[in-house]
Design a protein around this ligand. Structure first.
Ligand code: SF4
Ligand code: F3S
Length: 104
């Protein structure tokens, strides 16, 4: 599976949802996640993210992100159409510590 990681937080560009062939992105208030059981590993979303926030789970230490994506994809609604990014998206792209600020 591919997963969304913390740099999506407070950016939420949503370019990713437009290209997913199986519509497996889910939308929270501040970020998106991918449902790991629905993702077919096609990889087309990864280069679409301006914040470089989508990764394959074959990279090291991705287990926690798979579980994070699974947990929230089961709680949040599906998103299938692009919308405006969050207002501070450009400024907050690359900011550290976003996960602790929003999910602790
Ligand atoms: Fe969707 Fe493919 Fe990205 Fe998985 S890798 S979330 S199937 S676009
Ligand atoms: Fe987030 Fe990147 Fe999609 S910032 S909403 S994963 S395009």
């Amino acid at each position: 599976t591919y997963v969304v990681i913390d740099n999506c937080i407070a950016c939420k560009y949503t370019d990713c949802v437009e290209v997913c062939p199986v519509d497996c992105f889910y939308e929270g208030e501040n970020m998106l996640v991918i449902h790991p059981d629905e993702c077919i590993d096609c990889g087309v979303c990864e280069p679409e993210c301006p914040a470089d926030a989508i990764r394959p789970d074959t990279e090291p230490d991705m287990d926690k992100w798979v579980e994070f994506n699974r947990k929230y994809s089961e709680m949040w609604p599906v998103i299938i159409s692009k919308k405006d990014p969050m207002p501070e998206a450009e400024d907050r792209d690359g900011e550290t510590g976003k996960l602790d600020k929003y999910f602790s």
